[in-house]
Ligand binder design. Structure first.
Ligand SMILES: [Zn+2]
Length: 153
């Protein structure tokens, strides 16, 4: 996972209206690095690597794509993706664009749903970033662990 110091210009990308209408931080006023550090600590306590979570999230996006934009039944889960036109940059600023895909994943047994974007998967995998508290697409590591049914080995 890359850990690059964030410059002021890059930090602006996380604010509302820059890349995403709602921004990536919610009411969270902590530095991005502190948000990342805390979530990675939570993950290490659970014994899970970011790659495991990102792989699982990506798996469900790929399954969702097969249904185009209709709901796909996967037995214990259903997944539905919405795919908007255009591409999004990552707020961390590297020159790479991401599809505007949003997945709604429902875990039938738990009766719990999570919603996440393709950009979320990228940010988790490459930056260890789950977004700030109460941001629209904030993903709690504990929720992901539970809903994705990740077994630590
Ligand atoms: Zn990135």
């Amino acid at each position: 996972m890359k850990q690059t110091p964030l410059e002021k210009k890059v930090l602006d990308n996380f604010k509302p209206g820059k890349i995403s209408k709602d921004g990536f931080l919610g009411y969270d006023t902590r530095h991005i690095h502190d948000i990342i550090k805390e979530d990675l600590l939570t993950l290490s306590r659970m014994g899970v690597e970011v790659e495991i979570i990102a792989d699982r999230l990506q798996h469900f996006i790929e399954e969702g794509k097969k249904g185009l934009e209709t709901k796909v039944d996967l037995g214990d889960f259903t997944v539905q993706i919405a795919w908007d036109r255009g591409l999004l940059p990552c707020p961390f600023g590297e020159p790479r664009l991401h599809h505007k895909i949003i997945a709604t994943l429902y875990n039938k047994k738990l009766d719990k749903e999570i919603k996440y974007s393709q950009l979320n998967v990228h940010m988790i995998r490459e930056h260890g970033f789950f977004e700030g508290k109460a941001s629209r697409f904030r993903l709690e590591p504990e929720d992901l662990f539970e809903v994705l049914e990740i077994k630590n080995t």
